[in-house]
Design a protein around this ligand. Structure first.
Ligand SMILES: NC(=O)c1ccc[n+]([C@@H]2O[C@H](COP(=O)([O-])OP(=O)(O)OC[C@H]3O[C@@H](n4cnc5c(N)ncnc54)[C@H](O)[C@@H]3O)[C@@H](O)[C@H]2O)c1
Length: 282
């Protein structure tokens, strides 16, 4: 594998905003979720990493615990299924006694022309990009409301507001509803000590995440994105001449997530920030 190009942009931290805190990061077996989990642990958190890839998430928890010296708990399962998110929160409370921060990062990167979706894939795209987040928020709210404290950070992506082709389900429906959910849930919980905010990455070089055994690609079935789709997407987006012209190192995104998820972001709710090198502005 070639050396990642974004290593010079890797963000390090001296912050300790999560001492004594407990965070849950979904979709954290690999990629951005793994980097967010490591960042929150580096800042002092005990971290629950949840993912549908059961073996990989166990391994990730073990490695990150060794790397950071912080406690990790791995939970496997499809978070879009009824009961899985409730179980995740119950096990977190049993192990660590509280949930301060929930990062909804899990997603299924299904990019294809709308006309090419089968009924089954349509359903899966909505389950894995909408229902997982809704169920995780619903599961975590009772304990946050009871404690009158909580930070929820949703990971969207810029494609929903740049009109990127072939992103109708992933971004138009999935990330668009993530933004809507951020705003309405922030409104619903505004007097309960809970904040809900959203981070939209642009292109991330997830291969620069430091995983000693990185996956060959993002977690997706080869059948989800047909031949030529990513090449055509790259051509169309490339012609638009936007952004800083490079991918981000995943730690550049994790630092924004860590801010929204920390106690100090106490007067910020219902907000969205693009961490995308200016791919979209305001
Ligand atoms: N990589 C990018 O350039 C980019 C750009 C914009 C937005 N994003 C967003 O960032 C987040 C992370 O992206 P990534 O590139 O690391 O993706 P990834 O595919 O490498 O990681 C996503 C993780 O979510 C897990 N997951 C998916 N569905 C799940 C479910 N139902 N239950 C439990 N776990 C589930 C997968 O197993 C995987 O480990 C996603 O929300 C993605 O949409 C990524």
């Amino acid at each position: 594998m070639s050396e990642p190009k974004t290593l010079p942009y890797a963000v390090k931290t001296e912050c300790r905003r999560y001492d004594g805190r407990v965070a849950i990061v979904t979709g954290a077996a690999q990629g951005l979720g793994r980097v967010i989990a490591r960042r929150l642990a580096e800042e002092g958190a005990a971290v629950v990493v949840a993912d549908i890839q059961e073996e990989r998430v166990q391994r990730t928890a073990r490695l990150l615990q060794e790397e950071t010296g912080r406690p990790f708990l791995a939970i496997g399962g499809d978070l879009s299924r009824e009961g899985v998110a409730d179980e995740m929160v119950a096990r977190t409370l049993a192990e660590f006694g509280r949930v301060d921060t929930l990062v909804n990062n899990a997603a299924a990167l299904i990019r294809m022309r709308l006309v090419d979706f089968t009924e089954e894939l349509l359903q899966k795209a909505v389950d894995w990009n909408v229902w997982n987040t809704v169920r995780c928020c619903k599961a975590v709210l009772p304990t946050m409301i009871e404690r009158r404290y909580g930070r929820i950070v949703n990971i969207a992506g810029e494609a929903w507001r740049t009109g990127a082709p072939f992103h109708t389900l992933l971004a138009g429906v999935g990330k668009g509803s993530m933004v809507g959910l951020t705003v309405t849930l922030a409104g619903e919980t505004i007097a309960q000590g809970i904040t809900v905010n959203c981070v939209s990455p642009g292109g991330i070089e997830t291969a620069a995440d430091g995983d000693p055994d990185p996956p060959a690609a993002s977690y997706r079935d080869p059948a989800w994105t047909g031949p030529g789709v990513m090449e055509e997407l790259g051509r169309i987006v490339g012609q638009r001449g936007i952004s800083m012209g490079r991918f981000s190192h995943p730690t550049e995104v994790a630092s924004a997530v860590a801010y929204f998820g920390a106690p100090e972001a106490s007067f910020v709710t219902g907000q969205h920030i693009g961490v995308s090198g200016g791919m979209a502005m305001i």
